[in-house]
Design a protein around this ligand. Sequence first.
Ligand code: PGA
Length: 250
Amino acid sequence: MRSKVIAGNWKMHHGPAATRKFFNEFAPRFPGVEPTILIFPPTISLLAAAESRGGRPEISLGIQNIHWETGGAFTGEHSAGMALSAGACFALVGHSERRHVFGETDEEVGRKVGAAVVEGLSPVVCVGETLDERRAGRVEEIIVRQLDAALLGVPEDAVKSILVAYEPVWAIGTGETATVQDVEGAHGILRRRLAGVRGEGFASEVAILYGGSVKPENAAELLKVTDVDGVLVGGASLDPESFARIAEAA
Ligand code: PGA
């Protein structure tokens, strides 16, 4: 059994002071080690998060985006190694805002996944179709293409495993949640593809998270769906009370 992962993607919210305030309120609510709690603060708040999680390294941290190079003249970018030394163990890769707002390609996603696993971060690879793609019956084609491109970055002997997040673009920040059937169908497609490309052993190790308008009110139902190993929460992860209620649903 994979333990459930409750992940919060803060996007461009919560600077260092707000990050400290969040952890001071959130950390005492989780005395145990399950579910796995994983927070992606803005990069500038990573150190504040690492310092303010109250001696609770089991509250894991991740970076929202990395560059595939280890260093160099790339103004504004961060490498996987830098993220690690700031306290991150995970990296979001290919979030829909990176793909659709910043034009990130499948090929770049693969390179970032590769950099993450080589440097020792676990990548959380985000895949998901737009509303037009769903209406055109292209869900499987899109998410399999995005997954395959990401897997190209994972060396056969990679020590770090990957996580996958199915986030239908039309459900992100819209209040629209995918139905249980939509989620079960997409997660099944992803699990079978992981097994087809890398074998059953690899596929069974990969946690597949659902993301898109997850809230305290719908978390328990989503977390019960077959092949849903956790949730990736945007808006509702910003408030310690609502994120804690989602974690309690696991
Ligand atoms: P949302 O965002 O929960 O606000 O819909 C999810 C995400 O973008 O990861």
